[in-house]
Design a protein around this ligand. Sequence first.
Ligand code: DHB
Length: 319
Amino acid sequence: LETTVGGIPLPSCVYNASGPRTGASTALAKIAASKAGAVLTKSATIEKQTGNPQPRVWHSDDDIASMNSEGLPNSGIDYYLSKTTIDETMEGCTTTKPYLVSISGKTLADNLEMLDRIAKQINDGEKRIAGVELNLACPNVIGKPIIAYDFDQMRDILDTIAKKKYTFVLGLKLPPYLDSKHLQEAASIINEYSDMVRYVVCINTIGNALSIDPISEMPYISANNGLAGLSGPAAKFTALANVRQMRQQLKSEIDVIGVGGIQSGEDAFLFLLCGASAVQVGTCHWIEGPKCFDRIVDELQQILQKKGYSSASDCIGKL
Ligand code: DHB
């Protein structure tokens, strides 16, 4: 199940999504010790923050749908870049797997500041930071539009970052596009920066969703008037369509990573067929815990074997 993401080798094509169980080294270490192919941190802001008030997460009784409006609780960028955090995270890891950092600044200036700190940390000798996932898709910052839905803003950000000529591997986390023409426009902007953007991750949660408790007659989630990002199996079909179309629209040198409702090896297989070079698991990791990685990897391996595929790359894009 080996693969590469933006040129980074991964021992398996299944790893964690940024978000649940990724905020602290204790949780990240469990991912590192599993069959997950990489370890990706919670999206960092410059300063640590506690996020929105509880309840900020909801799972439907049948686990088909989950919603969250966490408001980016995280330990701050310096925590995720520190040698101690990376040591603690990678301690029990028996294979060579990349440590990837997700960032989600509140402003362009914050994102640039965090990218500068990452570049500095790598220059200072911290070679274990293999790449950066820049989140252009957070739906839960109150009063802020999703960056990647505002194409002028998106171009502006990519243009500014391109001028910095960073040498680390950069990926973009994208929101779901619900209209093919919007997706094509996003892809054409990203294609202009194919020297810099090595991969995209599709999709973040489907924003602007609402779950309501019929007993209390209130939204389940307290922040943001109950409005939250939708994830879990309910998001899978939108995710598959976004991965498929991004693969068709993006230049071939930009990898696509699939995420959205994956909870089995079969789900992962469908994303590979759509052209994903790797897949991330978010909500299922939240609910099942880090043992989901071993299970999904084993299931995927069995499916490929049964179908006569000798590697993940043999089935990528075969839909
Ligand atoms: C949060 C949710 C997201 O979907 C995201 O991309 C970043 C942060 C959150 O609410 O914490």
